[in-house]
Write a protein that binds this ligand. Structure first.
Ligand code: GLN
Length: 228
């Protein structure tokens, strides 16, 4: 039985994979990003001493299951499959997958066009899962979205399947050259904060997230990272 009034541990360890700008990344040795600011605001509301732990993306769910961290915020899409292994907070961000190709590519516009193509993805992501379903495609997995995009620029793959806001940020804000996003959002996905299954802190995190949204703090953080 989860103990709802359990005192949270101090520090409250939160896993993240910090190569996913603008959600989580390092700048001058400091952890920064939309998720980081959001989690800090939640920590303030819930009186938690947040201690971020940088882990590989495919190591986050195992860490939650082993309870070596109390939570994770890492642009993680809420999926039915993941929800069997871990618990999710209420959704906090609407995202989805998009295809990136080199600027001169005129043939790839949607998943159909990726049949038989070489595709790069980040390991353990929804992009990797979708790419694996494409008939005849050769999928290469990388530790970060940035490495997958580099593979595209280097001409070793024809497309990258990755979260649209992350690919767009790489092009528009981080100055990634020679790459464009094609087509519409291919999937609709919602990010959630992840916790171990039946975590006693799920309610605490959800309540604090709710206050961050209702008080307008969420909008301030959103505008800071995504403009207007
Ligand atoms: N949203 C994607 C997923 O959950 C990618 C997350 C990430 O790479 N940090 O699989």
């Amino acid at each position: 039985i989860p103990a709802f009034s359990q005192t949270p541990p101090n520090p409250f360890r939160v896993a993240t994979e910090a190569t996913f700008p603008p959600f989580e990344f390092q700048q001058g040795g400091q952890l920064t990003g939309f998720d980081i600011d959001l989690m800090r605001a939640i920590g303030k509301e819930a009186d938690l001493n947040i201690d971020f732990r940088n882990l590989p993306f495919d190591g986050i769910i195992p860490a939650l299951q082993a309870r070596t961290v109390e939570a994770a915020i890492s642009g993680m899409t809420i999926t039915a499959e993941r929800a069997q292994a871990i618990s999710f907070s209420r959704p906090y961000f609407r995202a989805g997958l998009a295809i990136a190709v080199r600027e001169d590519n005129k043939t790839i516009k949607n998943f159909e066009d990726l049949k038989g193509k070489r595709i790069a993805v980040q390991i353990g992501t929804t992009g990797a899962l979708e790419a694996a379903k494409i008939p005849g495609a050769t999928v290469s997995q990388f530790d970060s979205a940035a490495l997958a995009l580099q593979e595209l620029i280097n001409g070793r793959v024809e497309a990258v399947v990755n979260d649209k806001p992350v690919t767009l940020y790489a092009i528009k804000q981080a100055g990634l050259r020679g790459v464009k996003v094609v087509g519409e959002l291919l999937t609709e996905e919602f990010y959630g904060i992840a916790l171990p299954k039946n975590s006693p802190y799920l309610q605490l995190i959800n309540d604090a997230l709710g206050r961050v949204i209702e008080s307008g703090q969420y909008d301030v953080i959103f505008r800071q990272w995504f403009g207007e």
